[in-house]
Design a protein around this ligand. Sequence first.
Ligand SMILES: Nc1ncnc2c1ncn2[C@@H]1O[C@H](COP(=O)(O)OP(=O)(O)OP(=O)(O)O)[C@@H](O)[C@H]1O
Ligand SMILES: O=P(O)(O)OC[C@H]1O[C@H](OP(=O)(O)OP(=O)(O)O)[C@H](O)[C@@H]1O
Ligand SMILES: [Mg+2]
Length: 283
Amino acid sequence: MLRIAVQSKGRLFEETMALFEESDIKLSSHKRSLLVQSTNFPVEVLYLRDDDIPQAVATGVADLGIVGENEFVEKDEDAEIVKRLGFSKCRLSLAMPKDIEYPGLSWFEGKKIATSYPVILKNFMKANGIKTEIHVINGSVEIAPGIGLADAIFDIVSSGSTLISNRLKEVEVVMKSEALLIGNKEMSAEKKEVLDELLFRMDAVKTAEDKKYVLMNAPKDKLKDIIEVLPGMKSPTVMPLAQEDWCSVHTVLEEKRFWEIIGKLKALGAEGILVLPIEKMII
Ligand SMILES: Nc1ncnc2c1ncn2[C@@H]1O[C@H](COP(=O)(O)OP(=O)(O)OP(=O)(O)O)[C@@H](O)[C@H]1O
Ligand SMILES: O=P(O)(O)OC[C@H]1O[C@H](OP(=O)(O)OP(=O)(O)O)[C@H](O)[C@@H]1O
Ligand SMILES: [Mg+2]
C-alpha cells in the first residue's frame, strides 16, 4: 500500500483530487478522516497542511506527496521530485509599493521584507549580496506594506490581482513553481511497482489533456491534401461513407494547433467536423 500525502484544503486540493479521479483511483469521501484508503487501487491518501508534506515524505511517514515547488524548495527536505504535475502554476516574486520608482535590486538594501518564504528569500538576497531584514508572516502578506509592517513583500503571484488591489507592483521574479509529485528516496520494490502503475495512469491522463479526437467527412478527391494537413498519431483512419465519393476521416489533434488546422480542412472541403475530448491516451 502506497501512502500519498496531499493538501487537505486550499489551492492544490481540487486538482489533486481530479488527478486521482481521472486516474480511476477511487477514494471514499469521508470528510473528516485524515487517512483514506482507495477502494480499487493499493494507495491511501493522507490529508495534511501543505507545509507538512515535504517532511512527511522525507521521513517516510508518507511514500509520496503532492506539493507546490515553492513549499518543497522552502522546506529543503530530503525527498526527490518524481514528476512535475503542471498545475497550480505560480511564481515567487518581490513586490513593492507601486508609486515608488524601482531602480534595481539595490533598492532592497536595508529594507524590511514580509514573506512566508524566508529560506528562499534569504538565499536569493545572499546570492545577490544584499542585506535585508526578513519579517515572517504566514498569511495576508500583501497587506504588510500598506499597514506599515514592511517596506516590500516576497510572495506568490499568479494573475497579479492581489498585488494590484494592495497597490503593489511585481519587480523581481525569484522562482517559478508548479505542483510536484515528490517521493521518499528509499521505497521498497513492491511500492515502486505501485508507483510505476500510478505514473502510467497519470501520464495517460496528461497526454490526453491537450488533445482532441476529430472526425470529419471529406470528399475523396481531396483526401490526399487533407491527410497532408493532419499531423495525427501515426496516420489518420479513413473509412468509406454510403455516398461513394465521400469518406470519413478520424484523427487526433493538439489543441494549440487546432484552429489553424481546422481552417485548412474547411478550405479543402471537409464537412461535418466533430471534435471530441479524449479521456485517456496510451502511446
Ligand atoms: N494564486 C495562485 N495560483 C496558482 N497557484 C497558487 C496560488 N496560490 C498558491 N498556489 C500554489 O498552491 C500552494 C498552496 O496554496 P494555499 O494558498 O492553499 O496554501 P496554504 O494557505 O499554505 O495552505 P495550507 O493550509 O495547506 O498550509 C502554494 O504553495 C502554491 O504552490
Ligand atoms: O496573483 P493572484 O492571482 O492574485 O494570486 C496570488 C495570491 O494567491 C494566493 O493566496 P490565496 O488566494 O490562495 O489566499 P490565501 O492568502 O488564503 O492563501 C497567494 O498567497 C497570493 O496572495
Ligand atoms: Mg501552508
